[in-house]
Design a protein around this ligand. Structure first.
Ligand code: SF4
Length: 477
């Protein structure tokens, strides 16, 4: 069997999700539902919680937004206990099946185990094929189940050693939270590409894991620290223990979390996301100034950068596009048709701001270009005299294999078109992207060189820091 056959059998591998876990708090499931609510932007197709009351596990999962799955207090009441882990799922087309919704739960000889994971394994198909050959029966198409089977077949005696055995076999970008009968475990991949933070609740001292700090804020928990790249943090009745099973290999945190994915009120790896986005806008204004009357963000992720651009340029910031917040994010809806529909449903032009004006539009990225084109058309239809587009990421020219859904290279506008062709296709008077130096200056470095080796920016550079085992054909037919 070839790699591509395996891949298509298990569905597209890309997913970006939110994870949350709490240990030692009464009403853990209610806290987990709140945490998921704060992480809703990371996945909107399904949500799940597994709780434990020191006797047995309970679970509830469903398709839809957190409010739809856990909005009823009676549902939370079916999840007793002082420990819970939770997951928001985003999946591409075809894979939104209830059996794929996390956390995944399994009974082992050592007891029950629930696992929730965010990211993507780059050797999932390879491992899956080997596991299937050994007789493992997969119930879902998620990478998470690979962890579960690796733990199941491990020859180590206790669950922690089995988990370490499993993470040593996987390759990829992931954060993972696991719940056992007597502990909660949080871990990050050896390069820390995907985020995971540790927090603690004042008063009862309950420990919390979450993808982003905004999930601590909603429950009043305090930020303790980022889980380190390659670190396994174990929490149980004996307190907290840190295990580092990998040789130190630095950090390659996903720079796109700052540009688009994370919530602006989160702090990731010590950098407030809002400040980073605003500073990117300042850098954009310095590098690609143009005469205009208004700076208009494409809401919501373009807002802080547009504020930075306006502050630096002295051009007024105006809400020339109004977003309807009751529609899911365009970027993570599954088909072109829905995506296009989503833009019309989601954004409206504010004619009072745009008519007769020279407009600078600030957006976070251009992926396929279809969304940008529609927004520009809408702004022109509302009477804008000129439209200049400024983008707070470098051109996206490669797909992400580490957990952010991006189309293949041939569908990425910047991979297949020159700057002038893109400008023409999108229909703007001028187009500019943040430079690499500007991006990294916004994150506090002198220039790109100074940040070299600290971040993953592979979708802009093609410099993939983790080997792409499945893609590069390590799988033997
Ligand atoms: S390839 Fe891009 S989106 Fe993917 S982890 Fe790297 S920086 Fe993030």
């Amino acid at each position: 069997m070839t790699v591509s056959q395996v891949s298509s059998d298990i569905g597209r591998p890309y997913e970006e999700c939110g994870v949350f876990g709490v240990w030692g708090a009464p009403d853990a499931a209610a806290l987990a539902a709140l945490g998921l609510h704060a992480l809703q932007h990371r996945g909107q197709e399904a949500a799940g919680i597994v709780s434990h009351d020191r006797e047995r596990f309970y679970q509830h999962k469903g398709l839809g937004l957190v409010g739809e799955v856990f909005g009823d207090q009676r549902t939370i009441a079916t999840l007793p206990g002082d420990a819970a882990i939770a997951h928001n799922r985003y999946a591409t087309t075809g894979a939104t099946l209830l059996r794929n919704v996390q956390p995944l739960y399994a009974d082992f000889e050592f007891g029950g185990l629930a696992v929730a994971h965010n990211g993507n394994l780059t050797n999932a198909a390879t491992l899956r094929q080997a596991l299937v050959r050994r007789g493992c029966l997969f119930q879902s198409t998620t990478d998470t189940e690979v962890f579960v089977h690796l733990i199941a077949i491990s020859l180590y005696a206790n669950v922690l050693d089995r988990l370490i055995d499993a993470v040593k076999q996987v390759k990829g970008a992931y954060s993972l939270i696991a719940l056992t009968e007597d502990g909660m475990v949080g871990l990050r991949d050896p390069l820390g590409v995907r985020p995971l933070i540790l927090g603690r609740m004042p008063g009862n001292g309950a420990w919390v894991f979450a993808s982003e700090t905004c999930a601590l804020d909603i429950i009043g928990a305090e930020f303790v620290r980022d889980v380190e790249p390659g670190e396994i943090v174990v929490i149980n009745a004996g307190g907290l223990r840190s295990i580092k099973p990998f040789a130190e290999s630095g950090s390659r945190f996903c720079v796109f979390e700052y540009i688009y994915f994370a919530r602006p009120d989160s702090v990731l790896e010590g950098h407030p996301v809002y400040q980073a986005r605003k500073q990117i806008g300042i850098e954009l204004a310095r590098a690609s100034a143009v005469d205009a009357d208004v700076v208009v963000p494409v809401p919501d992720s373009g807002v802080p950068s547009a504020m930075g651009y306006a502050a630096e340029s002295g051009i007024p910031f105006e809400l020339g596009i109004i977003r309807n917040h009751y529609v899911g994010r365009t970027f993570i809806e599954p088909t072109d048709q829905i995506r296009n529909l989503g833009v019309r449903m989601k954004h409206s032009a504010n004619r009072a701001v745009l008519e007769g004006q020279r407009v600078i539009l600030v957006d976070d990225s251009i992926v396929r270009g279809t969304t940008s084109r529609k927004i520009v058309d809408m702004v022109r239809a509302a009477g804008a005299r000129e439209v200049h587009m400024r983008i707070s990421s470098p051109p996206t020219i490669h797909p992400c294999f580490y957990g952010i859904d991006t189309p293949e290279e041939s569908k990425l506008l910047a991979a297949t078109h020159s700057m002038e062709q893109m400008r023409e296709l999108i229909g703007v008077d001028s187009l500019a992207f943040i430079s690499f130096d500007g991006l990294y200056r916004a994150l506090g470095y002198e220039n790109r060189g100074a940040a070299q080796g600290h971040y993953c920016d592979a979708c802009f550079t093609g410099d993939y820091p983790i080997s792409l085992v499945d893609r590069d054909g390590a799988l033997v037919a």
